[in-house]
Design a protein around this ligand. Sequence first.
Ligand code: ATP
Length: 489
Amino acid sequence: MSEELFKKVVSHAKEYGFVFPSSEIYDGLGAVYDYGQNGAELKNNLRTYWWKSMVQMHENIVGIDAAIFMHPQVWKASGHIDGFSDPMIDNKDSKKRYRADQLLEDKILRYEKDGKTNKAQELQAALDKAMTENDLPALKELIIAHEIACPISGTRNWTDVRQFNLMFSTEMGAMADGADKVYLRPETAQGIFVNFLNVQKTGRMKIPFGIAQTGKAFRNEIIARQFIMRMREFEQMEMQFFIRPGTQKEWYAHWKEARIKWHEKLGFGKEMYRFHDHVKLAHYADAAVDIEFAFPFGFKELEGIHSRTDFDLRNHQELSGKKMQYFDNDIDEATGKPFGNYIPYVIETSIGLDRLFLATLCACYKEEEVGDGDKKDTRVVLSLPPQLAPYKVAVFPLTKKDGLPEKAEQIMNELKADYTCFYEEKDAIGKRYRRQDALGTPFCITVDHDTLQDQTVTIRYRDTMQQERIPVNKISEIIAAETAWKRLL
Ligand code: ATP
């Protein structure tokens, strides 16, 4: 059933202008997607929701927009040149490449599905051990021992497991000989770290404080699958929260709690989320947890919360030779003196905008039985929170004549500076309603002959499908109340 839902969401996304494969006329480009006219609006609204709650709602968090290209030394300091890799294995017959850990994860899921819980647990423990110890031969042994075959060739003719760096590189400068290798950033976080002092000084920020940013990140993922779940070009929304060393446990707990609450406010159901503590910590972290979402293909990471210690700032200080320190003149009760100079510790919250987009589509896509008897029908509705809907309101003249289109346009012109509006005069009203349901538009306004006489319209609500007669000058008030960001923050 779930896989069926996923297929429906993917085709809905295409059919209704949310997401298209990149360069589709050339048969697409692996794990790269374009957002269409409705997808771009939904994505902007999700980004706005994040930005408002992280930046606008916190006096001690500010937002920046750093460049995608950074000095190559950044990636040396961050550990990405040496350590940002996945263990991969090739099947010699199909020539297909896989992530060794994911082949094993899939096997664990299969064991669980087949009720072989002990086997699943055993394999999970062995996988965790091999990943923690970076033991590549052990990963291969597990793949052999558990008789994992290539899904394409069906054979178990595997190469050794090797590490594969996930960063894309390119050359900077017009001349090939004067060119320098630069990387497309694999995370947005480093743009925040290298600007830590710029922001702290110019913003007169006092610890604890945060710097947020949203933007593109690039990873040469070996296996790309599940639509926009794992892409090679994607968007992250990250916030680094700078704190006094020694306070990381409490701030980690704070952000864990704050972030899950943020998700829950979207109203998709608390049971759709769970925490998953990391066993294998990334090279920079002393604690890490994922917020996982119940995607149709299972619980998968949506957001990561990491206690990054002073790893990044310290390495940048060492490699750049520039001090990355903060002078804290608050009094330390233990010594009676100011805390003085230190390199701050960092708690990071990092969420993928595309994964949030996918989670939202999956949670909001509904097929409902409507009407009875002869009129029984199914409607597809995207029950998006009104703040996120690509269009807040659709305006329809009942017919194309008698001055109704002009009146409808006049109403729309009053609304469109404040709300995204959709105008349509083709097809029967029922059909137009359905189309808006499929886009998630919370309100439809129909202008009829009475409108010309008494300045009233019919408003139709997406979720209840109820219709009501209201004065034209009430429309804006109703939309404003329902789409107010305050309700989500
Ligand atoms: P995964 O284990 O799924 O590869 P990760 O642990 O490498 O993810 P992080 O480095 O913690 O991910 O990145 C933070 C967030 O960025 C993730 O929670 C996810 O939402 C998003 N993200 C990471 N890689 C991708 C990708 N290839 N495509 C889309 N979103 C991604």
